[in-house]
Design a protein around this ligand. Structure first.
Ligand SMILES: NC(=O)c1ccc[n+]([C@@H]2O[C@H](COP(=O)([O-])OP(=O)(O)OC[C@H]3O[C@@H](n4cnc5c(N)ncnc54)[C@H](O)[C@@H]3O)[C@@H](O)[C@H]2O)c1
Length: 422
């Protein structure tokens, strides 16, 4: 395998470790394995140039090689400055011939220069996680838009941004919202984020969750999983919401529900997972107890108002990897994890491979779908077609050796009928 002429990574000598970890993850990705096998024989992506902006993890490496094995040329950059696994970036370059532009801890300027470097490959398909690739193309690299056939989007926040672009009539090509697939957000957002967020908090702090007041801001797909797992670890879980229906759901799931201003006064740990900004804002900072830990698992680092915290704090220092201590003027100490960026990817390894198997199977099949159907699609955001979603679920069940029942002819008729009541 050739090493690409151009790339920007931390250290190519990390590749051995990255290769072994990527192989380890692939063992837990049977759905992607079966797609890769089919892609190798049918070459559905032959000659297609793909630019991907995703968290550079072992699971992403396996998606990249699956796309490459389907005939595509693939270039990859990070979708967050802190989420890159440098050893994985190295094996992709050295062993897989894939140009990667990503270094863990890169500053914002380098982050955007890496997005630009990936776009220099003139993609026909964009694959985004948070829509930074698409928004950069539409604002700074419009000359490239004519080549693009379509794209895919991985996460809730990216889908919200793209739907806003489509609504304003400025989106220039069709996108498949991978996050909309049930085999994505039911599992990745809920069980993936639930487990890996706790993992990131524990790895960075080594705190005991049992008995702690653990505040989850946002009871969406991610928040549900996080609240469930925090309770499993023995925490007293409190939920904050702005949606009355989600608030009732949290209450009936057995959690306390209250506004952030009340939760802040008793919180030992706060985790934001809303996709919104300033969920922990200036008005809450005076209420936290000494030692409160603030963390975020939503896509962007805007959920905790760090600028406000900087303004009201009298000093700041790093006390552990990914733990920043802010001392308030009244002497209270507030801790912020991973600069308010996605804690599960910054301080841990992101979601387990078994759950990313379904998310990335949807990505691979959505790219294939886009290549086949782009000329019939409008400049809109489409959900993953139901047959793809069902196929991913079927393949996952097969791989787990789980069998389920099928409708009998009589049952099908009953469900299709309005006249069979009693
Ligand atoms: N860390 C990860 O690996 C990971 C994985 C998947 C998604 N995400 C990101 O996590 C975020 C949430 O995703 P989701 O799929 O759970 O979205 P969702 O839309 O299902 O849930 C978001 C919830 O936050 C609530 N909310 C909004 N503003 C709020 C506020 N000010 N206070 C309290 N609650 C508020 C909404 O009512 C909603 O219930 C997004 O940014 C998404 O991109 C992160």
């Amino acid at each position: 395998m050739q090493t690409p002429a151009e790339y920007d990574i931390r250290d190519i000598s990390l590749a051995d470790k990255g290769k072994k970890r990527t192989e380890w993850a692939f063992q837990s990705m049977p759905v992607l394995q079966s797609i890769r096998k089919r892609f190798i024989s049918t070459q559905p992506l032959a000659g297609i140039r793909i630019a991907a902006c995703l968290h550079v993890t072992t699971e992403t490496a396996n998606l990249m090689t699956t796309l490459r094995d389907g005939g595509a040329f693939v270039a990859l950059c990070a979708s967050n400055p802190l989420s890159t696994q440098d050893d994985v970036a190295s094996t992709l370059v050295r062993d897989c011939g894939i140009p990667v532009y990503a270094i863990k801890g890169e500053n914002n300027e380098v982050y955007y220069s890496h997005i630009s470097a990936v776009l220099d490959h003139r993609p026909q398909i964009t694959m985004d996680d948070g829509a930074d690739l698409v928004t950069t193309l539409h604002t700074k690299r419009q000359d490239m838009l004519a080549d693009v056939l379509g794209g895919t989007e991985e996460t809730t926040t990216g889908v919200i941004r793209l739907r806003a672009m489509a609504k304003q009539g400025i989106l220039r090509y069709p996108i498949v919202a991978v996050n909309d697939a049930l085999t994505k957000h039911f599992f990745d957002n809920r069980y993936g984020t639930g487990q890996s967020t706790i993992d990131g908090i524990i790895r960075s702090t080594n705190i005991l969750l049992a008995g702690a007041n653990f505040v989850v801001a946002g009871y969406g797909w991610c928040g549900r999983g996080l609240a469930m797992r925090a309770r499993g670890a023995g925490a007293n879980v409190i939920v904050t919401e702005i949606d009355p229906i989600k608030a009732i759901e949290a209450l009936m799931d057995g959690f306390r529900v209250m506004p952030m201003s009340d939760a802040a006064e008793i919180a030992d740990v706060v985790v934001t997972v809303t996709g919104n900004k300033a969920v922990v804002g200036r008005e809450h900072l005076g209420r936290f107890k000494n030692g409160a830990i603030l963390s975020n698992s939503g896509h962007f680092n805007v959920e905790i108002d760090l600028e406000a915290l900087e303004r009201v704090a009298s000093s700041r220092r790093t006390v552990r990897d990914f733990v920043e201590e802010y001392v308030m003027r009244d002497g209270r100490r507030i801790y912020v994890l991973a600069e308010g960026r996605l804690i599960n990817l910054a301080a841990a390894e992101g979601h387990p491979a078994s759950v990313m198997d379904m998310s990335f199977a949807n990505q691979a099949l959505s790219v294939e779908h886009m290549i086949k159907n782009h000329s019939a699609l409008e400049r809109k955001v489409y959900s993953v077609p139901e047959p793809i979603d069902k196929e991913v679920a079927r393949l996952k069940l097969d791989a787990m050796g789980i069998k389920i029942d099928r409708l009998t002819a009589e049952q099908e008729q009953y469900l299709a009928s309005w006249s069979e009541g009693t």
